[in-house]
Ligand binder design. Structure first.
Ligand code: TXA
Ligand code: MG
Length: 361
C-alpha cells in the first residue's frame, strides 16, 4: 500500500507571528524531496519542487491522482515563470501583471524544460502565482517553482483548513504549514491561452467578465467540462468526479420540489438532512423546515467546509437549493454540479436516484 510506503509523522508547522522558522523548515523538507502542504488564498496545496521528478511522483501516489492529470506550477514572480512560457508570451505577461499574485492560473505552450510528469506529457503548462504570503515566502525560500495540486485525496473536496489536509493525508506527507482557513475557498480560475478566444477551463474568483474587460475580447467559459459535450478533454482534471463528500447530494431548482421531497422524507426515510441555500433564501427555508432539516448558507468560502462537516456530523444527505444567485456565481455553481456528479440541476430533481450521481464526471 502507498500509505505504508510513505508512512511518516506529519509535522504541523503553525504560523503565528514569526513565520520565518516554519517556512525555513518547510523549504528544507521540500529541497530534500519531501511533500509539504501549504496555504494559498484559494485552498491548501500539496507542494513538491517542480524539477524533482521523484517528489512529484509522490504527489500522484499519495493523492491517488490519475497520472494524466497535470499539475499547476506555482511561482513567486513573473520572472520565475518565464523560462517555461513559449506562447503566447505577451498575453501571458499582460495578464500576469494584472492579476498576479492572485487566483488566476494561466495555461500556455511550454518550452519543454519542465519534467513530463508535471505536464502529463501535454504541450501546455499551467502556471500561477498565489497571493498568500506564506505560499510566496515558501517558494522564495525554496528558490524554485513548486507544483501543488489541492491537498486533498483525489476526488474529495479541496481543503480549506489544515485539519482537512490532515484528515485526508496525515501520516503520508512530511509536513503541513497551518495558517488557518483560506480566504477564497474554491480553486483558482484556470484560463487556457492557447486558443482564440481564450477559454476558462475552470471558473473561479476571477470571472469571465473580469477577464473580458481586461483583455477586450470575448472569453469562452465552460461551466461544465468540455468532455461532457463529447469534445476532447482539454483540462484533463475536469473529466473526473470531483470535490465530492461521501454523502449523496441532491440539487433543487424549485421550492416546490424541496417541499415535496421533504414531505416524502418525513413519511418514508427520515434522513438527517443538511440543506444548503444562498443567503437570501435562509429565512424562507428556516421557516419552512427548521428544526427538522438543518439549513445553512452556502458560499464559495464555505462550500467545501460544509461538505466535510456534514460527513463528520453524521448527516446522511446534502440538499442544495440552486437559485439564481448561485447560478450566477459560476465558480460556486460549477463545484456544486461537479460534487453532485451531474450536468444540470434538474437531472437530480427528476431522477432523484443516487446512482445517477455517480455515472458521469
Ligand atoms: O487554486 C488552485 O489552483 C489550487 C491551489 C493549491 O493553487 N490548486 C489546484 O490544483 O486546484 P489541482 O491540481 O487540484 O487542479 C489543477 C487543474 C486540474 O483540473 C488540471 O487538469 C488543470 O488544472 N491543468 C493543469 N495543467 C493543465 C494543462 N496543461 N492544461 C489544461 N489544464 C491543466
Ligand atoms: Mg484538485
Amino acid at each position: 500500500m502507498e500509505s505504508e510506503a510513505y508512512a511518516v509523522e506529519t509535522l504541523v508547522l503553525k504560523i503565528t507571528e514569526g513565520s520565518e522558522r516554519a517556512i525555513e523548515i518547510a523549504a528544507d523538507l521540500l529541497k530534500k524531496g519531501e511533500l509539504v502542504a501549504f496555504p494559498t488564498e484559494t485552498v491548501y496545496g500539496l507542494g513538491a519542487i517542480a524539477t524533482n521528478e521523484k517528489a512529484v511522483q509522490k504527489i500522484f501516489t499519495v493523492k491517488g491522482r490519475p497520472q494524466d492529470n497535470p499539475l499547476i506550477v506555482h511561482v513567486s514572480s513573473i520572472e520565475m515563470a518565464l523560462p517555461f512560457v513559449a506562447a503566447p508570451k505577451e498575453t501571458f505577461v499582460f495578464l500576469a501583471e494584472r492579476y498576479w499574485p492572485g487566483p488566476l492560473t494561466l495555461v500556455v505552450e511550454h518550452t519543454g524544460v519542465l519534467p513530463k510528469i508535471v505536464t502529463a506529457g501535454l504541450s501546455t503548462a499551467a502556471i500561477r502565482m498565489p497571493a498568500h504570503p506564506v505560499a510566496l515566502q515558501l517558494i522564495e525560500t525554496a528558490g524554485e517553482p513548486i507544483v501543488a495540486p489541492s491537498a486533498n485525496r483525489s476526488g474529495r473536496p479541496s481543503p480549506t483548513r489544515a485539519e482537512h489536509v490532515l484528515d485526508d493525508l496525515g501520516g503520508e506527507i512530511a509536513a503541513i504549514i497551518d495558517a488557518g482557513p483560506t480566504q477564497i475557498g474554491i480553486e483558482s480560475t484556470v484560463l487556457l491561452l492557447t486558443t482564440s478566444p481564450p477559454r476558462i477551463l475552470r471558473p473561479g474568483a476571477i470571472t469571465k467578465s473580469d477577464l473580458e474587460k481586461c483583455l477586450g475580447v470575448e472569453i469562452v467559459e465552460d461551466l461544465l467540462p468540455p468532455d461532457t459535450n463529447h469534445l476532447t478533454p482539454i483540462a484533463p482534471g475536469t473529466k473526473y468526479r470531483h470535490y465530492a463528500p461521501q454523502l449523496p447530494i441532491f440539487l433543487f431548482s424549485e421550492e416546490a420540489h424541496v417541499i415535496a421531497k421533504a414531505a416524502e422524507d418525513q413519511r418514508m426515510n427520515r434522513e438527517k438532512i443538511l440543506l444548503l441555500v444562498s443567503a437570501t433564501q435562509l429565512p424562507k427555508f428556516r421557516s419552512l423546515f427548521h428544526p427538522r432539516i438543518h439549513i445553512a448558507e452556502v458560499t464559495e468560502a464555505t462550500v467545501y467546509e460544509h461538505f466535510r462537516q456534514a460527513e463528520k456530523q453524521g448527516f446522511t444527505q446534502i440538499w442544495i437549493f440552486v437559485d439564481h444567485d448561485i447560478r450566477k456565481r459560476s465558480g460556486l455553481f460549477n463545484r456544486i454540479l461537479k460534487a453532485a456528479g451531474v450536468t444540470s440541476v434538474d437531472k437530480t430533481v427528476q431522477g432523484d436516484k443516487s446512482d445517477q450521481r455517480a455515472e458521469t464526471l
